[in-house]
Write a protein that binds this ligand. Structure first.
Ligand code: PLP
Length: 405
């Protein structure tokens, strides 16, 4: 006979489940529990959500490239020839020639000397920041930094100073107060902020950083492909190409594929190749994905209408909301459109109402955003038909009727 008490692990697991379940109940009653939905068959700004076709205003597929058949064909060709997996970390035996072609192409696109691929934007930030600064150094980080930047800063064990969102004067005062006490200083910001849709004034950041001998680190996850005359992102948009020390970009958003990169000088890339743990200790990207990303880069450069279409749709939606008395903060033609509600329960109720009426929008709650600032996060894509944008505006105004402005 088996004695069940002999399985102490099993007993602890039951204890764990009870403890975690209690926490989940707490999250549920605070309106903060998260769960997955099934999304597939992305087409022309719509998706099948749990089996029903809805307009997708929640994704980061700003240029409509994620389901573009040219990307699939580029990936398929390499998939047939090379198989699926890279087989190893790139420093071991997983460095495919196409990775290097993509890195050179990304570097040219961003106006940098070189670039290094990472498996995701999250991993780029948690790898690059701790490689660059550590104990004895200081990070000045924007108050609304993305979770991956916050985690990268914490992992670094550098002293962290958080300055009010996009407030260059406050940042200057902090640099003046204690920059001199530390060896290295890194200023961490997003080019266009993921949840607020506003730009960091990078043109003001550059001279300030120089004055205080600080390095600049710009996560341009949401600007790349969309902002700037050639789509190179917020750095190009702000006119500071070649003047930012470290630029991070993701490939899973406007590029429509997956992965990320850090771009900067040749020395920076050489250094991160030897020091960024999330680059060193992880398997290389599938070559087929890199092929698809190269195709996305080609399309971004030749199809500038996609960027124009994003801007037109963003302006139209903002205009409609404003006419109904609902202000949407952020850039006036910005593709990330936050609609502040405040309470997480109310936010998720609006999301559910919109969903019932055929629109998928993001509901963003703490800890993704500060308490009291729960919001809808609406993102427009080049492939949204304009009628769909108008329909969303009308439905949203209707659903929010009676809610405080
Ligand atoms: C500012 C920012 N940085 C990094 C990331 C992470 O990128 P990835 O999805 O490639 O991990 C995101 C994505 O949500 C983001 O918004």
């Amino acid at each position: 006979m088996v004695d069940p008490t002999a399985f102490s692990d099993a007993a602890e697991t039951r204890g764990m489940d009870a403890a975690l379940d209690e926490e989940l109940q707490g999250l549920q009653s605070a309106g903060l529990r998260r769960s997955l939905r099934q999304v597939h068959q992305r087409r022309a700004g719509t998706v099948l959500l749990d089996g029903e076709r809805v307009a997708d205003f929640a994704s980061n597929d700003y240029l409509g490239l994620a389901a573009d058949p040219r990307l699939s064909r580029a990936a398929s060709a390499v998939l047939q020839a090379e198989g699926v997996g890279a087989g190893a970390a790139r420093l071991i035996s997983g460095n495919h020639p196409i990775h290097e072609v993509l890195e050179r192409t990304l570097a040219r696109f961003k106006g940098c000397e070189h670039a290094l691929l990472f498996p995701s934007g999250y991993m780029a930030n948690v790898g690059a920041i701790p490689a660059l600064v550590g104990p004895g150094d200081v990070i000045y980080s924007d108050a609304l930094s993305h979770a991956s930047l916050i985690d990268g800063c914490r992992l670094s064990k550098a002293t962290i100073r958080v300055f009010p969102h996009a407030d260059v004067e406050a940042l200057a005062a902090m640099l003046e107060a204690d920059r001199h006490e530390f060896r290295r200083a890194l200023i961490v910001v997003e080019g266009i902020f993921s949840m607020d849709g506003d730009l960091f004034p990078l043109d003001q950041l550059v001279p300030l950083a120089r004055r205080y001998d600080a390095w600049t680190y710009v996560d341009d996850a949401h600007g790349t492909g969309v902002l700037g005359a050639t789509g190179a992102g917020s750095v190009e948009h702000c006119g500071v190409t070649g003047q930012i020390d470290v630029i991070v970009g993701t490939l899973g958003k406007a590029m429509g594929t997956s992965g990320a990169y850090v771009a900067g000088s040749q020395v920076l890339v050489d250094y991160l190749t030897s020091r960024a743990r999330s680059f060193i200790y992880t398997t290389g990207a599938p070559a087929a994905i890199s092929a698809a990303t190269l195709e996305a880069l080609r399309i971004i450069q030749v199809e500038s209408w996609r960027r124009d279409a994003v801007r037109e749709r963003a302006m139209r939606l903002r205009e409609r909301l404003r006419a109904a008395g609902r202000e949407a903060p952020g850039m006036s033609d910005g593709h990330i459109i936050p609609v502040l509600i405040g309470d997480p329960m109310h936010t998720m109720r609006v999301v559910a109402d919109l969903r019932r009426r055929g629109f998928l929008v993001g509901g963003v709650r703490p800890p993704t955003v500060p308490t009291g600032t729960s919001r809808l996060r609406i993102s427009v894509s080049a492939v949204h038909p304009m009628e769909l944008v108008d329909a969303l505006a009308a439905t949203l105004i209707d659903v929010m009727r009676g809610m405080p402005v």
